[in-house]
Design a protein around this ligand. Structure first.
Ligand code: SDX
Length: 427
């Protein structure tokens, strides 16, 4: 990309800075030599103004509400593609041919079983454990069961193993929480149908896959597949930059995603909607709390670090939620509350001034619930979708010649130097 220049003036001294311009015209001030040339570091809480890498995996335009995976708009992928094809696209950078997709699908299908030792690990966990805890433990343990995949040279095989085994681990974590026997993967089913079968099948009965539910889950996973350098993806890259294995790096992404400000928000949205419903539908009370600076409550599923307009994923999910819920139950009081909450918030100055719109988590919970999942599984479903993005970003980081171990600086605000005082002399 062409390079421009900028000048940082500090006192009487001018420091030239190169400007790197990306594919979509976004510019980055290269401050790689800021400390050595100025003695200063850049202070940027939450990295809100800092790009810490160049990446080709996904692109978000927060002003217009656009999201593209390897250049393809997610609306087109959600309509015409499938999750396994998207996972191939993110990992390899190009859409597969028919033969490549068939090979990718077959390689994943044959690896869906977990080592029986992993099953015993699930049995050892408390039934009340949050399924994200079990998922993180399972991904970390995968490295122990597959040491041959820990080298970056085995990245594609590791990706295939993770994409194959994570749905099984997620389904096992659900079955464990319900005290149900594990349902082993049926290889004759497609990716999403197999996950629904492992999760919801009743022992001794033939499981009938609902194709509409399987397609809705496929679209949900596509929409969650990658999203630039969000908290969990940056965590995967940071851990991976120390040359930790892909299993250790991606397991750290699961842990980062579990927080309620990130992937845990979908669970919070549903619990809030259920609380409002129990409260007689009085959502105004919660909107008032979200606006009250003295109240730490924030409206889950609203707001985003990047989007200053509608999160395009929320738009697709809202349409799907309408269709799936209407088809299933005619109406869902929680969906009615969500729609009313959104309408009111989008006309409220507090939300308008802060560009707070529904994000991916606002409607996904309604859909996950319509598919029969309990709220505690929602972050796990977000993670299932995000695995291809985490793996693709980890691979890109390991292949980038400019990658260095991530080690941010700080500005020290603690005590100036002082001498030790023996304890009997202290007052
Ligand atoms: C995801 O980064 C990604 O890409 C993430 C993600 C992905 O695909 O990986 O898109 C997935 O994590 C979506 C976000 C899910 N989280 C939530 O829905 C939790 C609720 N949202 C907020 O906590 C918040 O909006 C964040 C965490 C999403 C973004 O936080 P920022 O960018 O740090 O925004 P901020 O805290 O600086 O807020 C700016 C202002 C503040 O008010 P003022 O101080 O200006 O008066 O907006 C207010 C905030 O109080 N605000 C909210 C709010 N979100 C921001 N007020 C009420 N409710 C909210 N939800």
């Amino acid at each position: 990309m062409e390079e421009e220049r900028a000048v940082l003036r500090h006192g009487k001294v001018e420091h030239p800075l190169e400007v790197f311009v990306g594919t979509e015209g976004e510019s980055g001030l290269d401050i790689g030599r800021l400390l050595s040339s100025t003695g200063m570091v850049a202070l940027d809480y939450g990295f809100a103004n800092t790009a810490w890498c160049r990446s080709a995996v996904s692109f978000v335009d927060g002003n217009v509400g656009a999201l593209r995976y390897r250049g393809y708009p997610i609306e087109q992928l959600a309509e015409h593609s499938c999750f396994l094809e998207v996972s191939y696209l993110l990992f390899h950078g190009e859409l597969p041919t028919l033969a490549q997709l068939a090979e990718w699908r077959e390689a994943i299908t044959v690896e869906t079983l977990l080592d029986e030792g992993m099953r015993q690990m699930f049995d050892a966990c408390p039934r009340e454990a949050h399924p994200m805890v079990l998922l993180s433990a399972a991904v970390t343990a995968m490295g122990a069961f597959h040491p041959e995949l820990e080298s970056t040279l085995a990245a594609e095989q590791a990706a295939i193993h993770l994409l194959a085994k994570v749905p099984t681990a997620a389904a096992f974590s659900y079955r464990r929480s319900r005290g149900l026997p594990y349902a082993y993967p049926r290889r004759s089913l497609d990716y999403c149908s197999r996950f629904l079968q492992m999760t919801f099948s009743v022992p001794g009965e033939e499981y009938e896959v609902d194709p509409v539910a399987a397609r809705a889950l496929d679209v949900l996973l596509i929409l969650h597949a990658d999203h630039e350098q969000n908290c969990s993806t940056s965590t995967v890259r940071l851990v991976g930059s120390s040359r930790a294995t892909v299993f250790a790096s991606v397991a750290s992404g699961v842990n980062a995603l579990s927080g309620p400000l990130h992937g845990g928000a979908n669970q919070e949205v549903l619990e809030l909607l259920q609380q409002i419903h129990a409260d007689g539908g009085n959502y105004a009370k919660y909107l008032a709390r979200a606006k009250d600076r003295e109240d730490t409550f924030r409206l889950p599923g609203f707001g985003h670090r990047i989007y200053r307009s509608y999160d395009p994923r929320a738009g697709v999910l809202k349409t799907f939620a309408d269709q799936l819920v209407t088809r299933q139950a005619g109406q869902d009081p929680l969906l009615e509350i969500a729609l009313a909450l959104e309408q009111t918030a989008l006309t409220d100055d507090y939300f308008i001034e802060r560009h707070l719109y529904p994000n991916v988590d606002f409607y996904s919970g309604i859909l996950f619930r319509a598919l029969g999942f309990p709220t505690r599984m929602f972050p796990v479903l977000f993670a299932l979708g995000r695995f291809p993005g985490w793996i693709a970003q980890w691979k890109e980081m390991t292949e980038d010649p400019e990658t260095r171990i991530g080690r941010p600086r700080q500005v020290y605000v603690g005590s100036p130097q002082r001498d030790y005082v023996p304890v009997h002399e202290r007052r």
